[in-house]
Design a protein around this ligand. Structure first.
Ligand SMILES: NC(=O)c1ccc[n+]([C@@H]2O[C@H](COP(=O)([O-])OP(=O)(O)OC[C@H]3O[C@@H](n4cnc5c(N)ncnc54)[C@H](OP(=O)(O)O)[C@@H]3O)[C@@H](O)[C@H]2O)c1
Length: 390
């Protein structure tokens, strides 16, 4: 097994270029919203919370935030957003918005306010968390930090729980000293931010480590590629033999879980991805296929062949990484603790159907996906693969 620093320097996962979650926050031009610029409205049927809370959401307007706001409002909580007012400023006109820039940092807009709970979505850099917790530790009851499964430093073990190794303070300091970009430094920053959460808030701190978050309003396209591609029909290039595991969590299920954690005054760390039982790539693509009637064939192409033809895991073949001893546990995290605390998963078909419907509702110029193999390259590889296997 490689050491954590070797992992940082050059492992298959660092080679993914981005950590989980780095698409929709810092440096991103902002979420796309749907065609009407509306958030991820959930169907009704949500009962109000017994004790409405004042919840401050740091961020709140790109992808995860809107689903949290929707759910928190439906539960009757009072929501305040804190951001720069750049990403989807048209969302939630009736919600209180405080403006400030965490990169500066300028938290003056928070002065004179108090909250029962904070949900921090926007910190991918540990120093942002440090600044915010200093400002908020006497103004807020509970602090939920949205970390990432990428805080784990070792992806070789199948079934890792929250207690599995995470990047150390030394790893974080090394990453800062080396000037590593956010892609490589994402995990160390998240792990450091987790420590800072508990340092400031103690047992009033909550850390949630999502895996790949998917669903309507995901402007990274990482899961969206598959419903869109399968709906386009024809022969679809799929990676490996179909038996590799994958993990995803619907943004609405995750948001509901996070709001429940603060309602229940929980504390501690939760790995949060799904589904509840292991899912292979073949099962995921079959589930997605069930929401479209377009004629389609799925062709599984051996990983070695894909490597030979320079097809990238994760970015060109989303939700999938090249199988290796180092990545055996990458899509096999144990989320029992979160499930016992209330994380529940809607059917995959619902996620696929709503994601596709959201994507189709976008104006054409916003439909270009940022991930997934180029159609021409896909067709070429399928042709060479069929010639080779003929
Ligand atoms: N997507 C995934 O698969 C995934 C997986 C694991 C973990 N995560 C984590 O999930 C979290 C959720 O990300 P999200 O983008 O969906 O959250 P979000 O709360 O919907 O959006 C991000 C917010 O951050 C604000 N923001 C950005 N730069 C800022 C700054 N300098 N100062 C103040 N506010 C700023 C943006 O508004 P303004 O631009 O208007 O400031 C926006 O409201 C991230 O921490 C990410 O690492 C994501």
């Amino acid at each position: 097994m490689s050491t954590r620093r070797e992992f940082l320097a050059g492992s298959a996962l660092a080679g993914l270029g981005v950590g989980l979650g780095s698409f929709s926050t810092i440096g991103c031009g902002g979420g796309q919203g749907n065609a009407e610029g509306e958030p991820n409205a959930e169907a009704g049927g949500i009962s109000p919370a017994e004790n409405p809370l004042r919840i401050l959401i740091l961020g709140g307007t790109a992808f995860l935030g809107p689903a949290q706001v929707d759910y928190a409002l439906a539960r009757g909580h009072e929501v305040t957003l804190f951001n720069r007012g750049r990403t989807n400023p048209h969302l939630f006109p009736d919600v209180e918005k405080l403006i400030g820039d965490r990169a500066e940092p300028d938290y003056s807009a928070l002065e004179g306010h108090e909250w029962d709970a904070v949900i921090d979505n926007s910190a991918n850099v540990a120093s942002w968390l440090d600044d915010a917790t200093q400002v908020l530790q006497d103004r807020a009851g509970r602090y939920l930090f949205v970390s990432s499964i990428s805080a784990h430093s070792d992806n070789s073990t199948v079934g890792q729980t929250e207690d599995g190794p995470v990047f150390s303070e030394e790893d974080y300091n090394d990453a800062v000293a080396s000037g590593a970009g956010l892609g490589a430094a994402f995990g160390p920053n998240k792990a450091q931010a987790e420590r800072l959460t508990f340092r400031a808030f103690g047992d009033r701190g909550i850390v949630v480590r999502p895996g790949l978050i998917v669903g309507p309003m995901d402007n990274s396209g990482r899961f969206t590629y598959w419903p869109v591609r399968i709906d386009r029909g024809g022969e679809v290039l799929a990676p490996g033999d179909g038996n590799d595991l994958t993990q995803i969590v619907d943004v609405r299920d995750l948001s509901k879980f996070m709001v429940h954690l603060v309602e229940q005054e929980q504390s501690g760390t939760f790995n949060a991805t799904g589904p509840e039982s292991p899912m292979t790539m073949a099962e995921m693509l079959a589930g997605i296929r069930s929401v479209t009637s377009t004629p389609v064939t799925i062709t599984w192409v051996h990983a070695d062949f894909l490597r030979e033809h320079e097809v990238g895991g994760w970015m060109e073949m989303p939700c999938w990484v090249y199988p290796s001893p180092e990545t055996a546990g990458f899509s096999a995290y144990d989320c029992t603790k979160a499930i016992n605390a209330g994380l529940a998963f809607r059917p995959l078909a619902e996620t696929a159907r709503d994601t596709l419907a959201w994507w189709k509702s976008l104006p054409e110029e916003q439909q270009a996906l940022r991930t997934g193999i180029d159609p021409e390259k896909e067709a070429n590889i399928l042709r060479v693969w069929s010639e080779r296997s003929a």
